[in-house]
Design a protein around this ligand. Structure first.
Ligand SMILES: Nc1ncnc2c1ncn2[C@@H]1O[C@H](COP(=O)(O)OP(=O)(O)OP(=O)(O)O)[C@@H](O)[C@H]1O
Length: 253
């Protein structure tokens, strides 16, 4: 039997001694697309950060590709798209430069990019529909296009596992569709996905399983729940980090 790509066993995670996740167990197998759902502040981001070792576990364990997290070193097998890039302030880099930075873990900083690096960057740009914007400064892109740039950066590293924190929050419909297409290509290539989402939108048909975080535990692990309550209303007033297609996004100028 092959090992799960991600295993969390009885994980306890919190900040400043205050537990957010009290007892969380989760396994994600190769080829799955698992959506982590839950209310604001329920601990969805905390769960995926714990999976990546970005916040420590107080108790329990995490394994990646069958290796305990503390011994895991094969980070190039994983692409991570955080919820928002904290580093704002008019980053002058072009779209291509940002996407190419996703190759660094593969090629090493000191080796110049080769043909395989350029091909992977081109493929990633094309997969999110940004090939024609490659030379533009990222600050001139819409929030949705900036988010697509980050997804392309993760894909450029040719990971086996993609971990995405709210990849479509506040993203315009065209970017959501572009992202769904890119994800489909990644899955066709055998990839595995763990993503946090508020609303699934065009991603819904791609999700194989949903995990609902509630009151420090996993309240549901199985079929994707149908939209309910105010989320069923297309005009519901969920607060998004950016208005759709607003130019000031991850890198505000
Ligand atoms: N770095 C941190 N230090 C202290 N508390 C934190 C930190 N990050 C998150 N928290 C707290 O932990 C709880 C869970 O946060 P988390 O971001 O994991 O929730 P979430 O489900 O992803 O929320 P959202 O849907 O709003 O993104 C919240 O109460 C939050 O305020």
């Amino acid at each position: 039997m092959t090992e799960p790509v991600i295993t969390v066993a009885h994980g306890v995670v919190g900040y400043d001694g205050r537990p957010v996740l009290r007892d969380v167990s989760l396994a994600v197998d190769a080829g799955e697309v698992v959506a982590v759902l839950g209310a604001n502040g329920s601990g969805k981001s905390t769960l995926i950060r714990a999976v990546l070792g970005l916040v420590p576990l107080h108790a329990g364990s995490v394994s990646l590709f069958g290796t305990p997290l503390r011994r895991f070193r094969q980070w190039k097998r994983i692409g991570y798209v955080p919820q928002r890039l904290g580093a704002g302030g008019g980053v002058p880099a072009t779209v291509r430069e940002v996407v190419a930075s996703g190759r660094l873990a593969r090629r090493g900083v000191l080796r110049p990019p080769g043909r395989a690096d350029r091909a992977a960057v081109d493929a990633a740009l094309a997969s999110v529909g940004l090939a024609d914007r490659a030379g533009d400064p990222v600050a001139t892109l819409s929030g949705g296009q900036q988010q697509r740039t980050l997804i392309a950066r993760a894909l450029a590293g040719e990971p086996e596992l993609l971990v995405l924190d709210e990849p479509t929050a506040g993203v315009d419909a065209a970017s959501q569709e572009a992202f769904a297409g890119a994800l489909r290509g990644f899955l066709d290539g055998g990839g595995t996905v763990l993503l946090v989402a508020h609303e699934l939108g065009p991603l819904r048909p791609l999700i194989s399983r949903a995990v609902v975080v509630h009151q420090g535990g996993i309240a549901h692990d199985g079929a994707v729940p149908e939209p309910a309550g105010h989320h069923a209303d297309p005009d519901h007033d969920h607060v998004h980090p950016h208005a759709p297609d607003e130019p000031a996004g991850l890198w505000s100028s």
